[in-house]
Design a protein around this ligand. Structure first.
Ligand SMILES: [Zn+2]
Length: 441
């Protein structure tokens, strides 16, 4: 059997991940993501009300026109990050196909669709237990477990026996993830023994030497920073990715351990945390406050101003987003004022694009001007670096290696890595969005 690998988005760029895999004229779509920096560049952009064409024109979602007339049998979602699920509301309705994903991924997708104002999504949702396999019109899809910066991530293996393609855009190899499962090395090793035709492997951090430190290591770093920060007697403000439940749990647990009350504030934090709690993926102590509604937040921050030494405020704003809670505190829009005994911990790195970089610099400048002490990059990436990517490739040993999820320079670094690992040029593929590769047959 021959397989057609057709990247629709996510190659030569970071974001709007989407790939079509064709087997004898039947297609499986993997991911439908948005490209956040393209959308942010238009200040008044409201994704919910925007149309498909409009979003394609600003390079915000994949241009799937190339798939017209093809028989799409399923839409498979790898994990719940917006660069993988954010375009479902704009594109999925065009396909008479069910949407498959793990429970957390499907729950986050459904919540996202509540914001969709333009299209009615009637696709059926089918929840898959991580590790399980489904069969769609003769094509097998196995959801191999992987560790990433969001729970319930999988690496779909799509195809049949000798003509399977592994979709491994977002993963890391973490032996101490603290919560959730580890990347399933045993299963991945089996793939090498069975003979894997091709793997698409994410290149977004392959320029980093690696290996990416474990979440257990980040928790130790956080403990040191938070203890030092606490000794000054001021407020601790901490911010990280709202979808990073493991990291949030580390901050919450450490706050309780040092005798401070953690309080989570911000709409997106509330959304992701309640989704994880509802599915039983995390257990936060019952006394934890999670606030999203503006009035409650205002009263709470007023209380916090009176006894700063008792609290850790966990809020949105790690990229300096202008509407985030941290930015609004820095702008004096809340009854909580930052002063010179307060400490701000950024448990996130800046996602490198000009908008984030300038937003974050502006936010830090404002916070410093008010006397706050800032701790940056108390963080480890959700992606493998060069060493751990090499380890992954050696583990699954695909016949063909296809770098994905990265700008062209990153894709090239992975191709170089492939050469170092003994791949010949005929088995290394620098693909582009909209151009097919045919293998097998
Ligand atoms: Zn991701």
């Amino acid at each position: 059997m021959m397989v057609e690998i057709l990247p629709v988005g996510g190659l030569g760029e970071v974001g709007k991940n989407m790939t079509a895999l064709g087997f004898d004229g039947k297609y499986i779509l993997v991911d439908m993501g948005i490209r956040l920096d393209s959308i942010m560049a238009f200040e008044d952009a409201n994704i919910g009300t925007m149309g498909r064409e409009e979003l394609i024109n600003i390079n915000g979602i994949p241009d799937d026109a190339i798939l017209r007339g093809r028989k799409v049998r399923a839409i498979v979602l790898t994990h719940g990050h917006l660069d993988h699920i954010g375009a479902v509301g704009k594109l999925a309705h065009a396909y008479d196909a069910p949407i498959y994903g793990t429970p957390f991924t499907i729950e986050l997708t459904k919540r996202l669709l509540r914001e969709e104002r333009r299209f009615k999504i009637k696709n059926e949702f089918r929840t898959v237990t991580p590790g399980d396999t489904v069969k769609v019109d003769g094509i097998e899809i196995e959801f191999i477990r992987a560790t990433h910066s969001i729970l319930h991530t999988t690496l779909p293996l799509v195809g049949n026996g000798g003509t399977s393609v592994l979709c491994a855009s977002d993963f890391r190899l973490d032996e101490e993830p603290l919560l959730g499962y580890k990347t399933d090395r045993v299963r991945l090793k089996q793939l090498a023994n069975e003979g894997l035709l091709a793997a698409m492997v994410g290149a977004v951090r392959v320029d980093n030497p690696g290996p990416t430190p474990s979440e257990a290591h980040v928790k130790k770093q956080l403990e040191e920073v938070m203890k030092e920060a606490s000794s000054g007697g001021g407020l601790i403000l901490a911010t990280t990715f709202s979808s990073h439940i493991v990291r949030l749990k580390s901050i919450v647990d450490l706050s309780f351990e040092m005798g401070r009350t953690p309080v989570l504030v911000g709409r997106s934090l509330r959304n992701y945390c309640t989704a994880a709690l509802d599915l039983g993926l995390v257990d936060f102590p019952p006394e934890l406050y999670i606030h999203g509604r503006p009035n409650a937040v205002r009263n709470l921050l007023r209380d916090m101003q009176r006894s700063k030494e008792d609290f850790v405020l966990i809020c949105t704003g790690h990229q300096g987003e202008p509407n985030s809670v941290l930015s609004r505190i820095a702008d004096g829009q809340f009854p909580l004022k930052v002063s010179n005994r307060d400490e701000v911990i950024f448990s996130a790195s800046v996602i490198p694009n000009p908008i984030n970089e300038s937003n974050r610099e502006l936010l830090e400048t404002k916070l410093r001007a008010q006397g706050a002490h800032i701790h940056r990059d108390v963080h480890a990436s959700g992606h493998a670096g060069k060493v751990d990517t090499a380890e992954f490739i050696e583990l699954v040993r695909p016949e063909h290696l296809i770098p994905c999820h990265g700008t062209s320079d990153k894709l090239r670094i992975m191709l170089e890595l492939g050469k170092e690992l003994g791949y010949s040029s005929g088995h290394l593929h620098h693909l582009r969005n909209g151009i097919s590769l045919r293998l097998g047959g």
